[in-house]
Design a protein around this ligand. Sequence first.
Ligand code: MSP
Length: 478
Amino acid sequence: MSEKKPFYLTTPIFYPNAKLHLGHAYTTTISDTLVRYRRLMGQETYFLTGSDENTQKMVDAARKVGEDPIAFLDDIVSTFKGLYAELGISYDQFIRTTDQQAHWPGAQLLWKKLVDAGDIYKKEYEGLYCVGHEAFVTEKDLVDGKCPDHATAPEKIKEENYFFKLSRYADTLKEKIASGALKIIPETRRNEILSFISSGLEDVSFSRPRKTDWPPGLGIPVPGDDSQVMYVWCDALSNYVTALGYGRDDALYQKFWPGIHVLGKDILRFHAAIWPAMLLSAKLPLPAMLLVHGFVTSGGKKMSKTLGNVIDPEELLAEYGVDALRYYLTRHINPFEDGDITREHFKEIYNANLANGLGNLVARIMKLAEDHLEGGTKPESADFSKNYTDAFERFEINHAIDEAFRHVQLLDQKITATEPFKLVKSDPEAGKKLIFDLTRELLGIGQMLEPFMPETSKKIKEAVITDKKPTTLFPRKE
Ligand code: MSP
């Protein structure tokens, strides 16, 4: 990828039926880290996130607490934004699918393109609908008549819907994915989706009759048929282009599309089959890449609101601070596999690698600098190691941050081997030169940490520039 090519990255849009949990914070944090890295490399970036609001799930959640759905949505969305501010998520835009100015015109234009391509038709549909999934399920998805993910029985629904001719695109999709025109990372997910598509694709329901209990302002009307609202696909997936102004002022779209979608493995099929098929039908460019991450588990089980084993990111943020949480999520969870988090492990890692490892190193070097350097010569910024940039190019963010921490270890070893506190007494000139070199290497670590731990990175850089020891970065937790 050339360095100057604009870089557009999206997160999934989250359901605002409850506050975000650590699983969602994970998706968003790794996305933020990838974008921050590109900015650091001088690339122009655009980072999109948002909320998926036109859903029954949402209406049910609002009713349950006796609130007006729109007011309820506004409240939850403000908690999303509050969490993002605390997590240091540097998004450029937060798109809401109830936004009638930003989102609806583009979603409706896209729908019309699919109609123009002859890919939308009406038919009576009967099926089992799982509200938790916001999707139709089949008998074979159920265990004892219930959805195993949500532990609820699906509703039987018979209604007239518009359908999208997904089946028509199976071969083209397969070819695009196999040839890498649509890249899917990691390879295992690419193979999984290829075999899924090879077994054939069925047309999908694309609209629902407008429900009488939905307030106006919820649900995008199907162009030319107000009795129907768009169902998730054209309603939600389209956010990735409407946010860039598709269907209104499309300067951002022209500049940034196609982009990279970060998503969890549970929503891969939508992103790898339905969304690209819609784009093919509308004759728009396919996404550049799908980056598919695993699940954050807690005690071995997927963290989910339904299972009730969620860890509230606010809890860890309050106790350990933003960079400790970002550190854990980016380094101790492999982005392409499931990764576990427990409060006990978090604390252990925090004390070993942040309070002792990094925190201790910064304190030692900066104490030496404060005592022995006059602040005359400022260290120049260091280069990024190839291990680090290569890991980022492969989207292996855990390996990129490993590289930064490998340098923490190397620097620790160097101090032990060279004993600068002794040298500066026996040979002040050589001692100062050594301490200066140490601050220079520490600056390199500070720079490498920017995408992962922006506040810590800033504190390290400031400390080196001023030759002042910062206040304790990571106080030990007992
Ligand atoms: N609204 C849809 C996405 C539409 S995108 C056009 C949706 N929302 S969600 O709020 O349920 O989840 C959004 C994302 O959070 C998904 O990528 C999902 O994989 C991720 N996660 C939810 N729980 C998770 C974990 N426990 N761990 C990691 N990611 C998880 O689906």
